[in-house]
Every structure is written in C-alpha cells, then in structure tokens.
Design a protein. Structure first.
Length: 479
C-alpha cells in the first residue's frame, strides 16, 4: 500500500516485541522474525523464570524467620530447616508460567497485526533481510527499517563446558528435579548473587565463588556490604578473591560421590553436587551479516548504537542485550520503542541512562537509580548524601525487616535528587517514586513535602529527603 512504512525486526524479546507494537501503532507493516520463542531470554530463560524461582525462595525465607512474629508450625516455632520444596513441581510451575507469558505476548502481537515468522534472520549487504526457515528454505524480505534485537547468551569457560545436568548455566537450572545438595555458584555479580541466595533458601548448601574481594563489585558498596552480612548470617559460604578456571564432572568411580569439582586459579579444588556458571554474557551477533552490511560492533561483539538506537548502517537499528548498553529488559524495551519512534518520524527522547532504575532480586532486594556513590567519590558531581537504615522504620519493625536502608543523593546548590539506593523487601517497587524524582528533576524539598502513608517503608524516602534539607538561612553551595 503506497505510503505505508515497512519494518523488519529480528528477535522476539522485549526490544523486538515492544518495537513491533510501537511500529504497528504508528501504522507500519511489521514482520518479526524469531527463532527461539516470543519473549526472548527475558521471558523464556532469564528474568521471568529466575524471579519466579526467587518468589518461591522468598516465601520460604519469610516463613522460616517468622518465629519472632509469634508464628507456630504444628505447635513449634518455625526454623530454616523446617521448610523445603518439591523442585520438580516448582520448575514445572515456572515453565508453565513462561509458556503462558510467551503466549500472551504472541496473542497481543497477532491482535495488533504483527506478522510473525519462525526462523533465523540476517542482514543482506543491500540492507534487506534474509530469512532462513526451519526447513532450510531462504526468503528475502525488503524493509525500509530493520531492527536487530537478538539478545545475548550465557558466557562459559573453555574448561567448564555446561552439560545441563551437573555443570549448568542459568538457562538450564529449570531442568533440575531435586534441590542441589551442595551448589557451587561461580560469579558474584547480579546473576550469581541472586541464584546463590535463592538456592540457599530452597535448601542447598551454597558456595559462592567471587573473583573480586566483595560480592556485587559493580554495585553500591553499602548495599553490597548489607548483602554480604545477610549471606554470612544465613550460612552462604562466600569465597572472595578466588577465580574459577575449570569445572569438571566427577562420578562415583572417582571418589565415591557423584558431583563436580571446580578448580581455582590458586590450584584449590572446591567440590559440590552441582555448579552454576554465572560469569557474564556474550552477544548473539554472529551470523547476522553485520560486517557485510556495514554494521559496526565493538571489540566484544556488541552492536554499536547511538541514543536513538541507530547503528552505523542507515535504516538499521539495534536494541537490547546485543548492544551491551545496559543489559536490562526495561532498557531493551525502551531502546526498541525509541528506534521505532525515530525511524517512523514520531516525537522521540533519546535514551538517558541516568534515569534508568534497576533491581537485584536478592533477599533483601537492592534497587538503584541515577548517579551513584562511585560517581560522587570520583567527582562526577558535587552532592550530598544521606543513608537512613530501615531498622528505624515502624513498618519495617512490624515485619522484622532489620536489614536495609534508603540512600539518597542530591546535587549541591540546586538540591535536585540525583540518585538513590534502596535495600530491603520490595525495593523494586519502592524505587519507582525516586525514579520519577530523578527524571523530573525534583528537589529533596519537593520530595519531602509529598505525603506518604504511615506506617510505610516509603516513609523512609521522605524522611531521607527531609534530612537533606538546608535551612533557609544557610546559603547553598553552587555546582
């Protein structure tokens, strides 16, 4: 039809399917090519299943620590060893949830008129898309705009090749039918920290191997310190400054126990029943025809994009983990939307990473937005900071929440909220008003003047803002 724009999207994750919905809303003809399943890793193998697993673990943690609330189980105070799980049933529920979520997204795309094709897509040198169908047949698809949203996959070590049974990536754990007796988690970043806490709550003895001195080395140091203290108290064993170089499966013939051995750079051997490799991600950019079509990548293979998701090739955009910008489903979705708004001539605001909020779904949760302690210490902005422990919050006391805090940063002079960290239960929900404050450039006084419910955890947000108030007679220091 004359005047109708055509869009081809390779990849059905958040970057791809959100872009497809926006493009249809703007009147384009949209074809989405996907090989792994609608929803991508965020729905099928990463965010949705892992947070569903963590939800089960959180129920156990809350129940096992409820003795102080007067709870009795069969007349006895609950304890951590009292509760267990049927992991086969847990994983069956998770996979049912994954399929349902994928089906819901597919239904929405179909109802909005998105054409979906199962297969592999790659760029041709002229900018069109070559589709390889499951039967091997190839089809050429011409489109005015192409979006690459192919995601990423777990990184593995050459001497620790996953077998899906004992040596696992985070995509493979949902095949387990029994809780690992002793789980070794290699990697103390976000993924490693989340799974370490979850499996410990489910009943595993967990060893977390960290190549760095502390867990969560890229996060707020105060938040990481709280999590380390909680893990130590609960019995998670953390081996810091220990780099794993290999993992191998051992059988009963080796030492009478079937399991795994993880070799550290120091030569030390760590033994367990299973090992989970959480050592980062690699972009799914091979075989996309990037070099032939003039799409630039960085030295790690991630597609280079600007703040409106454009690549170096005119008419070709990219979104999500394959760009390595910030590997969050929310960022992938926003990159995809921005790409379509820009390509199809709608109003668009370039991606602003300073307003992105994120959460680590440990227990307690860690949520952040905006500028950080590292930015303040490095002199990237002049500001003031207050840290308010949740232990003083009435609602936290009611629920026995002793761990966590609200940490607020503001700019000197303007007193604009620059960033925040929340550690505690439901931090992923509590961070949203602070994200609004950062994006809308609210001052600490405007934040403090907003009503909060009493008692509530959000009351600590307003209290932290009040503590950053400057007396009217005290002249502010300008940036």
């Amino acid at each position: 039809m004359p005047g109708v724009s055509t869009v081809a999207i390779i990849g059905g994750g958040p970057g791809g399917y959100e872009a497809a919905l926006v493009a249809r809303q703007l009147g384009a003809e949209v074809t989405l090519i996907d090989r792994d399943g609608i929803g991508g890793s965020a729905v099928l193998t990463d965010c949705v299943p892992s947070k569903a697993l963590i939800a089960t673990a959180d129920v156990i943690t809350d129940a096992a620590t409820s003795a102080g609330l007067g709870v009795l189980v069969d007349g006895r105070p609950p304890s951590p060893g009292l509760f267990g799980v049927d992991l086969a049933a847990v994983n069956e529920r998770i996979l049912d949830l994954v399929r349902a979520q994928s089906d819901d997204i597919r239904t929405r795309l179909a109802s909005d008129g998105v054409q979906m094709i199962e297969g592999r897509g790659r760029l041709a040198p002229d900018g069109s898309v070559i589709i390889t169908h499951p039967d091997g047949r190839e089809e050429l698809l011409a489109a005015e705009t192409v979006l690459l949203a192919t995601g990423a996959r777990p990184r593995t070590l050459p001497d620790a090749v996953p077998d899906g049974e004992r040596i696992l990536t985070w995509e493979q754990v949902y095949r387990l039918t029994e809780v690992p007796e002793r789980l070794i988690v290699v990697g103390s970043g976000v993924t490693g920290a989340e799974f370490a806490g979850a499996y410990h709550a489910l009943g595993s003895r967990v060893v977390l191997i960290s190549s760095r001195e502390h867990v969560l080395p890229g996060e707020d140091p105060d938040a990481a310190r709280v999590l380390e203290e909680v893990y130590a108290r609960r019995g998670v064993e953390v081996m810091s400054s220990s780099r794993a170089v290999a993992a191998r499966r051992v059988s009963e013939a080796d030492d009478g126990i079937e399991g795994v051995e993880v070799t550290l750079a120091s030569g030390e051997i760590v033994r367990g029943s299973h090992v989970l490799m959480a050592v980062g991600s690699l972009p799914n950019t091979q075989g996309l025809g990037l070099d032939e079509s003039g799409v630039e990548t960085d030295d790690r293979g991630f597609i280079r994009v600007d703040r409106v998701s454009r690549t170096s090739r005119r008419g070709v955009y990219a979104a999500g983990d394959c760009t390595g910008v910030l590997m969050l489903a929310s960022v992938a979705a926003m990159q995809g939307r921005i790409a379509m708004w820009h390509a199809l001539g709608d109003a668009v605001t370039p991606l602003e990473l300073a307003t992105v909020s994120s959460t680590i779904f440990t227990n307690p949760e860690i949520a952040t937005v905006g500028l950080s302690q590292r930015d303040l210490d490095a002199g990237h902005f002049r500001g003031d900071v207050v840290l308010l422990p949740l232990a003083s919050n009435a609602r936290a006391k009611m629920a026995q929440q002793r761990d966590g805090f609200v940490k607020l940063f503001c700019r000197r002079g303007s007193r604009i909220v620059a960033g925040a960290v929340i550690v505690g239960q439901h931090a992923s929900e509590l961070i949203h008003p602070l994200t609004i404050a950062v994006e809308q450039r609210l001052t600490v006084d405007e934040l403090a003047a907003t009503f909060t419910v009493y008692p509530s955890l959000s009351g600590s947000t307003a209290e932290a803002a009040r503590r950053l108030h400057l007396h009217a007679e005290e002249p502010p220091h300008e940036d």
